[in-house]
Every structure is written in structure tokens, then in C-alpha cells.
Design a protein around this ligand. Structure first.
Ligand code: MG
Length: 231
């Protein structure tokens, strides 16, 4: 059943929602560290991975120069060859592991058939988020990608949801956010007047109690394949 009621928008988170990212960053980082150590970074692999994790924790995961800092910390100066090796290995392994959940494509097709317009709301860098959609070959389903880079605030900040709704000319009351993080995706969305669906989420019993107590419009399902039982 298709209709033209085009203020109904379904917004998606990417990582852990459309995309199966279960520990692929860790695998990619370990591969990068392995090659850097094999090519002269003077630490053993576990030590080097520990230093990298500390740098990521301090700088945040969207910082673009983790490997530069790693060589600075370990060698006292930046080593461009090792940085290039680390970056490229990380990137290649991550891209090789990039995959949608088995039900992602069917769900996107289903939502389009129901007349929803689709967009992404993501904490991260705009081109990198489009890159993931393009590599998965699902980019044509989405009218827009709204990111924290563009808005200047991260989910769960209300502003990023307000900007997304405005950009899509959506009606918040008829629109839905689908994500895997209770705070960033679900609470952020309901705070901006949307409803939310949590998939693959790590909601705790306390979170469930909180949803019930405050009568929040948040539905929890197992995975993205269950969205069609709600929308
Ligand atoms: Mg996520």
C-alpha cells in the first residue's frame, strides 16, 4: 500500500542498526597494529594495541589521526610510513568487514513500499557516513544524512533531531527513529517528539522501567527484520 503522505519519515542510525559492526573496529585496529609492529614500531602487539586504545579513548573515535599520535607517543616523532601503513590497513580491513544485517535490505524495501521517506541521523563525519551507505549499495534509499559534524551537536541532543526533521520536512509525530542505543537514539528521538524503535540494543531492566514509568513511545525489538511488525 503506497501513499503520498510524505511527512512520514523513518530515520536510521547506521552502526549497529543498518550495519553489523560487531567488533569490526577492533579487528581492523589489531590488523593495523600488527603490520606497524612488523614494520618497525618498537613495541609488542598487545602493548601497541593498549597504547592505541588509550589514544582513541582520549581523542574520541571520530578523531582522524590516531596512528599519527601513536607513532609520536612511541617514537617521540611522527613516522609517516608507519602512519600510512596503519591507516590503510585499518581502512581496508574495516571495509572488507563492512556488511549490512541480513534483514536490512528487505526492511528498507518494505518501508519504501509503505510510503515512508528515509534518512539517516548519525554521530560522525558526513562523507564517512555516506561512504558506508554507498559501499553497502543502499545509499539510494536515503534522501538525506544528517550528522553531528553538520549540526555541531551529537545525538541525543535535541538539535540534531530538530534539524533532521526540518531538513526532511517531516512531521515528528508521524516520524520514527530506529537505532541501537537507548540514550542517543531512543531518548534523543522521543525528546524531540518522534517515536523510537530500538533494535539490537543493550537496554537494561532499568531502561525498560524508565520507559514504562514515563510512558515513552519506545518499542524494543530484536532486530531490524522486526520493524515490519510495527510500521
Ligand atoms: Mg549505533
Amino acid at each position: 500500500m503506497y501513499n503520498d503522505d510524505n511527512d512520514r519519515v523513518v530515520f536510521f542510525d547506521i552502526d549497529g542498526t543498518l550495519l553489523d559492526t560487531s567488533d569490526f573496529a577492533e579487528t581492523a585496529r589489531k590488523a593495523a597494529i600488527g603490520l606497524m609492529v612488523d614494520n618497525g614500531l618498537p613495541l609488542d602487539k598487545d602493548e601497541a594495541y593498549g597504547v592505541l586504545k588509550t589514544i582513541i579513548r582520549e581523542k574520541g573515535s571520530n578523531y582522524g589521526k590516531h596512528f599519527n599520535v601513536l607513532t609520536q607517543v612511541v617514537l617521540g616523532h611522527e613516522d609517516p610510513m608507519l602512519v600510512a601503513l596503519g591507516m590503510i590497513t585499518y581502512h581496508n580491513v574495516k571495509m572488507a568487514l563492512l556488511r549490512p544485517f541480513p534483514e536490512t535490505l528487505d526492511t528498507l524495501i518494505y518501508l519504501k513500499s509503505q510510503g515512508y521517506r528515509l534518512a539517516v541521523i548519525s554521530n560522525g563525519i558526513t562523507i564517512k557516513q555516506w561512504e558506508k551507505l554507498v559501499r553497502l549499495n543502499i545509499h539510494s534509499f536515503f534522501d538525506a544524512v544528517i550528522t553531528s559534524e553538520e549540526v555541531g551537536k551529537e545525538k541525543p541532543d535535541k538539535l540534531i533531531y530538530d534539524v533532521a526533521i526540518r531538513k526532511m520536512h517531516g512531521n515528528p509525530e508521524k516520524s520514527v527513529m530506529i537505532g541501537n542505543k537507548f540514550k542517543a537514539d531512543a531518548l534523543g528521538a522521543v525528546n524531540a517528539g518522534l517515536s523510537a524503535i530500538l533494535v539490537n540494543s543493550d537496554v537494561t531492566e532499568d531502561d525498560r522501567e524508565y520507559i514504562k514509568k514515563h510512558k515513552l513511545d519506545i518499542t524494543i525489538v530484536d532486530d531490524i527484520g522486526d520493524v515490519n511488525t510495527i510500521l
